[in-house]
Ligand binder design. Sequence first.
Ligand code: GDP
Ligand code: IMO
Ligand code: MG
Length: 427
Amino acid sequence: MPAVVIVGAQWGDEGKGKATDLLGSRVDHVVKFNGGNNAGHTVVIGDQKYALHLLPSGILTPGCTPVIGNGVVVDLAVLFEELDALTARGLDVSALKISANAHVIADYNRILDKVTERFLGSRRIGTTGRGIGPTYADKMNRVGIRIQDLFDEKILAQKVEGALELKNQILTKIYNRRAVTVEATVEELLSYADRLAPMVADTGLLLNQALDRGETVLLEAGQATLLDVDHGTYPFVTSSSATSGGACTGSGIPPTRIDRVISIVKAYTTRVGEGPFPTELHDDFGENLRKVGMEYGTTTGRPRRCGWYDSVIARYAARVNGVTDFVLTKLDVLTGLEKVPVCVAYDVDGVRHDEMPVNQTDIHHAVPIYEELPGWWEDISGARSLDDLPPNAQKYVAAVEELSGARISAIGVGPERDETVVVHDLL
Ligand code: GDP
Ligand code: IMO
Ligand code: MG
């Protein structure tokens, strides 16, 4: 029985939530292993639409144990808001487990995220402002607050005091903001402790024991390959490991136990926030993708930047993650185009690059080299097998598969759970 990883191939919002939900009924545990409430996953089940930020998408599947792994940063106010909202809609959320080693997003880190972005001006990252970067920075600086610290008031106060010593200097002297008091932060964090206590667990142990028993574990990434702090378009990235390696460090499941890596890739490309994006469109085609694909951020509501499919990125994602299967999503959004361009390589100052350039400046200068494929006009939302797709849509899928370095095992033809063409079984 396998451990399966789901990762995004591009800059996020590929449809990871829908893919996780699709597999949910066949898995015993769904684990979020990185990121926090910067993520936004929309899952549509019948006439119900759910927007999840911090909770793993497996929370929507009865009988599945949702797990927040040690690699996640947790905003406790958001956690309980999301749990209460789902409970109010009739879902049973009592199975949720949270790692004792996950870090907590403190109020001062939310403040610092926002003021730093303002301070950076034109050099800003375009973060979600949720305190993600400063909280991971604290973790690496070894001044972070972990879930387990909430159960020892003395230790918690000591740690908050230690963290605030430097932060209050920065807030007051550099950013001209009010200092944060140790008491206020500690009081807020402690207010969640009683409700949190029954959910806290040694999730690494729990998950490895589940694998020993032959149960299935699905590890769901937030963000995506090009937002990964090591492998993404640094510095325009998030601050966590969003690739398949992060699934191990962020959950406590070792690499030798991972059987399959499924990467979700959109049939075109989108990005939210700043940073390079070679196939970005600034014309009516881009506007059309945004309108038809409803490309507005689930978390911040910002319009997503849109562009054509980029196979340099897909090949890179296949390599970095060890992708065994791609799920190609939102193919329906490309319906109605006469020609569909696909980026096959980059031209960087006259030199052809078939692989992602290693130099940041080169990525900024990359000009896509396109191949144009013939489009289709038929409504494909009812397709459930490859043969149901019009010949030109089949050709598009085959071309993208050939260019992207791993087989395409499923194709999204609409937002609903069942609007999917299954080519190869994913589990
Ligand atoms: P995530 O962050 O990767 O989970 O993706 P988001 O939920 O932020 O964005 C994906 C959006 O596309 C959501 O609104 C989904 O409901 C929608 N979606 C997913 N798959 C498909 C598909 O195959 N076709 C269409 N039209 N929409 C899809
Ligand atoms: P899902 O899981 C798309 C982007 C932000 C910003 C950068 C850093 O829904 O795919 P952060 O707040 O993380 O420090 O911001 O990363 N970003 C996302 N973009 N989808 C996401 O998550 C994202 N999470 C962060 O827009 O550019
Ligand atoms: Mg999203």
